[in-house]
Design a protein around this ligand. Sequence first.
Ligand SMILES: O=C(O)COP(=O)(O)O
Ligand SMILES: [Mg+2]
Length: 230
Amino acid sequence: MNTLSSRYRAVLFDLDGTLVDSIPDLASATNAMLNDLGMATLPLAQLSQFVGKGSDMLIKRALANKLIPDEPEETLFSRARQLFKKHYHHDNGTQSQLYPYVVEGLHTLQKAGLLLAVVTNKPEEFTHPLLDKMGITHFFDCIVSGDTCSRKKPFPDPLFYACKKLNISPQEALFIGDSVNDAKAAQAAQMDVLLLPYGYNEGISVQTLKVNAIVEDIRFVAEWISAQNT
Ligand SMILES: O=C(O)COP(=O)(O)O
Ligand SMILES: [Mg+2]
């Protein structure tokens, strides 16, 4: 039972670009990797468009400096991956920050009795340390990372996995994200979805995506949920 909604029992959250502004650390680790490989570093604005489909895709995009990269040569990719991991384990959570009103928003939803979960494309080895460093791990009943299931968002698998763990149906969940991967995964899971306009969107404006609504920040999630009761 919860006091906000007759329809939803849980709210699922994307991580990068939704709860946490993680691009400073992702960019510094990616640029340290490029530097170690003797390649030119990339501007933060460019790298922020490369975030969304997990760290392997970020590495491939950075190596090619292209949103849709060719497959990199195997030895180069494996070296790059090793370097990225080393640097990101060091940098993860050092310059990243929670977006405004995240704690307030999560607190309101939890207090109302809704279950909360994270469904991110970030690999597990980086998800947990980041949530811990941001001090928000305790809010979540379930945490699903990019390598928890064999397919990540935009496939619906991680959303189904979270619902199964929470013992609810996808129609009883609301997903909150920042990108086309979140919108598509929710659509494929037949789950309602709200997007935030401030995250990383792979160059695709959230206004062009098919979603239930766009909300300014996490504070407005509770408001939107209770408005659906009428
Ligand atoms: O790791 C990424 O590329 C994106 O992660 P997200 O799914 O939390 O936005
Ligand atoms: Mg995101």
